[in-house]
Design a protein. Structure first.
Lengths: 570, 207
């Protein structure tokens, strides 16, 4: 087999730069230069700080006892030959020669001498002329070769890298001994893809059921066109600029633990603002997952949140309505919030492994690794690893292939019998959801119908309430909806409480904050205040309280808890 | 002194409890999971932790992302310091064993507490703590590799008054001979142990 022709210098590939600051690294078009550390090593030698390349051009040899000595001699001869060349372009260059080991697909251990990927042909030929017989040539990832710096050629100076404790003694007068340090993070694989397609419409910041129907379609189309995992910064910009959703980072865990989607007050025209809060302490990779999850709630379940906000505001006058609404929801979603969480997770997982790649079984069916075909689920697991901070701690390659297979099988077996509610962390949630998507997903018909029916029933209830003018008529209008128990005659339903914790609207300039009642210590039939008012929650840390006007005798003083971004405005 | 109160989940426990520097030294998810369980056990023994219920119900005007287990933790300054020491000892112990053999699953809280007490006796002013940490960070924990991981690099504990701190450069001056002597001493004090019988010797924390 003829040796592969190395690429000519000057024709390097260029990669698109990704400017995200959320853990997405750039692939540089040129390698970072080597520089000398200001301090020497323990042997007293100068130390070169060498950036790790992503690829090396490897010359592979069957590993045997005397090989290392032969390679050392051959490398020195090749570099001396280059240094003595009459061709100035050949002489005047700076590159590192790497040495390492490589296990090929049939389990043979090979030694590898690594030259820069894209090395000049003349340089490679200097090595071909001196090295022992080799078995293969080609470009391979640096990580797969367990490579360390061996020699360096720097404009006529030949440098040999020695262990830290070795003294800095010249060998044969023309070779300098130095130490080395590998520069971390100079080139890493990107974990997100640039966003190349954008929604065709920009949604308003004011949302209603009608506008949601249009925006929802845009969201689904956009996610279907994704070409790779989206970054947190990119997703946030799309949510804000195209889907009309404000995204805030919230430091206080009493406001939000991981993430939440909330609506503001509904205007007389039936519109409201929608915001997403993300815990600011999360790393960017997890912020991305949380934001994708909340976006999924918007896309799939907005009518439920909008309906809840509508019910909340009306229940300031008709508190029983809240019980009715909860009952309507409970009848359609037997597992409560867990139904919605699983639905949102499956949708959010598409922001990590986009729909265009599913099912990964297709890719797996044309893949052979070490004589074995992986499954689609295994590929899904692998693609997920670099997207999370903890699973990304280990980088997998041929070197630790068995470890990877073992871990993949163990984790997939673990999540097989796990439900969303039992998953303790976001990685497991997304792994569960990804594996479900890979297996074909779930039929969403029940969820779609559930959302539609809840909205329809709420609309019917509200229409019947519009014509009720006395408590008795209100009660009659609400009877028959839901399965809650009626209280004793003359009293309102016993589960009712005046307790409220409302979320203030996004637009604070008008000062239109709602009035929220406290829970009365002792409540009588007419609703008149008796005894002390009890605060809704015991605050875990001091927070600003704003006391608003007392609306009516049976409502009392109301509270709201501003989110951090709102307090900053004051 | 008032206690700090934080809410933690599996995903947020590291920054919330000030343990990011410890978690960054772990090698994989299994170790982070194990550390989390050890921390829950430790805080539970101290009576400083309670599990929280879901904050919202279906029908509230918000939809949060809910995770399986969320905890409320009350941390006074002494307990926070002790927690960091325990977590640090756990990281050292897990770094001493191999994923391949699953030995780290036997790293129990009792063993960690005992190790933490021994680690607490390490003399920072003689570089002992940095030395032990360094050996758990390198691929082959030999004296040479451990020393190279520290020597001439930025000092990790500049306020410790360490004799090897090169003040002018704020770097570590722990040379190989001193490193070897200290390792021998730590071996005698049962803080380190040899993993092999042939030079170059490899060392790990004695759990």
């Amino acid at each position: 087999m003829l040796p592969a022709r190395p690429k000519q210098t000057g024709s390097r590939r260029s990669y698109s730069e990704n400017n995200d600051s959320d853990g997405t690294e750039r692939l540089l078009t040129r390698p970072m230069p080597i520089h000398t550390r200001s301090t020497r090593d323990i042997g007293g030698k100068d130390v070169d700080v060498i950036p790790v390349p992503s690829q090396v051009f490897g010359i592979f040899f069957a590993d045997r006892g005397e090989l290392r000595d032969e390679l050392r001699s051959a490398t020195m001869d090749a570099l001396r030959h280059i240094a003595a060349s009459p061709n100035r372009r050949l002489r005047e260059r700076d590159f590192v020669v790497w040495v390492g080991t490589f296990t090929n697909r049939i389990g043979l251990d090979l030694a590898v001498l690594g030259l820069p990927d894209g090395v000049a042909l003349a340089v490679a030929e200097s090595f071909y002329a001196t090295v022992p017989p080799y078995t293969d040539l080609g470009s391979y990832p640096w990580r797969d070769c367990s490579a360390v710096p061996y020699f360096r050629y720097d404009h006529g100076v030949v440098i040999e890298y020695a262990s830290p404790a070795a003294p800095g003694v010249d060998h044969q007068g023309d070779i300098v001994a130095r130490g080395f340090e590998l520069a971390d993070g100079s080139q890493k694989r990107p974990t997100t893809a640039p966003i190349t397609s954008f929604p065709s419409l920009r949604a308003s910041k004011l949302h209603s059921i009608d506008t949601w129907l249009v925006t929802n379609e845009q969201i689904v189309k956009w996610i279907s066109a994704l070409e790779g995992a989206v970054s947190f910064t990119g997703l946030r910009k799309i949510c804000t600029n195209y889907f009309g959703l404000s995204v805030f980072l919230e430091p206080r865990p009493e406001i939000v633990r991981l993430g939440s989607i909330r609506t503001g007050l509904i205007s007389p025209s039936g519109e409201c603002e929608v915001r997403i809060l993300i815990a600011s302490s999360l790393p960017a990779e997890l912020k991305r997952v949380v934001l994708a999850h909340e976006l999924a709630h918007y896309a799939l379940h907005f009518p439920l949140v909008y309906g809840a906000q509508l019910v909340e505001e009306i229940s300031w006058d008709i508190p029983e309505l809240q019980l009715v609404y909860r009952s309507i929801l409970a009848s359609r979603f037997r597992r409560g919030l867990h139904d919605l969480e699983e639905d949102a997770d499956r949708f959010a997982a598409h922001c990590l492994i986009p729909p265009m790649y599913l099912p990964l079984g297709r890719m797996a069916s044309v893949t052979l690794e070490m004589g074995r075909q992986p499954t689609g689920a295994e590929l899904a697991w692998r693609f997920l690893q670099p997207l999370f901070p903890e699973s990304g701690l280990t980088t997998y390659s041929w070197r630790n292939w068995d470890e990877m297979l073992s871990r993949a099988q163990r984790e997939m077996a673990f999540v097989k019998d796990l439900s969303i509610a039992e998953a303790d962390d976001l990685y497991l949630r997304m792994l569960l959801a990804t594996l479900e998507n890979e297996a074909g997903g779930r039929n969403r018909k029940r969820m779609v119908e559930g959302v539609q029916e809840c909205w329809s029933e709420l609309t019917r209830v509200l229409e019947s309430l519009e014509v009720a003018s006395t408590p008795a008529e209100v009660r009659a209008a609400l009877t028959g909806y839901g399965d809650w128990e009626d209280g004793s005659e003359g009293e309102l339903f016993p589960e009712f409480g005046h307790r409220r914790e409302l979320l203030p609207p996004l637009d604070e300039t008008e000062g239109m904050f709602p009035v929220v009642p406290l829970a009365p210590a002792d409540r009588n039939k007419t609703g008149a205040k008796q005894g002390l008012w009890q605060q809704l929650n015991e605050p875990s840390s001091p927070r600003p309280l704003v006391e608003w006007r007392a609306a009516t005798a049976d409502h009392g003083v109301m509270l709201y808890f501003p989110e951090t971004w709102q307090t900053r405005r004051h | 002194m008032t206690a700090e109160e934080v809410v933690i989940t599996r995903d947020t426990f590291a920054p919330a409890l000030g343990l990011t520097d410890v978690v960054d030294r772990l090698r994989n998810r299994d170790e982070v999971n194990h550390l989390f369980q050890l921390i829950l056990e430790f805080l539970s023994n101290e009576g400083a932790i309670t599990e929280l219920d879901q904050p919202v119900r279906l029908g509230d005007a918000e939809l949060p992302l809910l995770l399986g287990r969320t905890f409320h933790v009350r941390l006074g300054a002494p307990l926070k310091e002790e927690l960091h020491a325990i977590a640090n000892a756990a990281a050292l112990a897990m770094g001493a064993v191999s994923f391949a053999t699953d030995d780290w699953r036997g790293v129990t809280l009792a063993a960690i507490v005992a190790l933490s007490q021994r680690v607490h006796l390490l003399k920072q002013e003689y570089g002992e703590r940095c030395l032990v940490e360094s050996l758990t960070e390198v691929d082959r924990p030999t004296a040479e590799a451990g020393c190279a991981n520290l020597f001439s690099k930025r000092c990790r504990r500049p306020n410790a008054g360490c004799r090897f701190h090169v003040v002018a450069e704020d770097s570590c001056g722990l040379d190989l001979e001193s490193f070897r002597s200290t390792v021998d001493d730590l071996e005698q004090r049962n803080i380190l142990r040899r993993r092999n019988a042939v030079d170059p010797y490899e060392y790990s924390v004695s759990v």
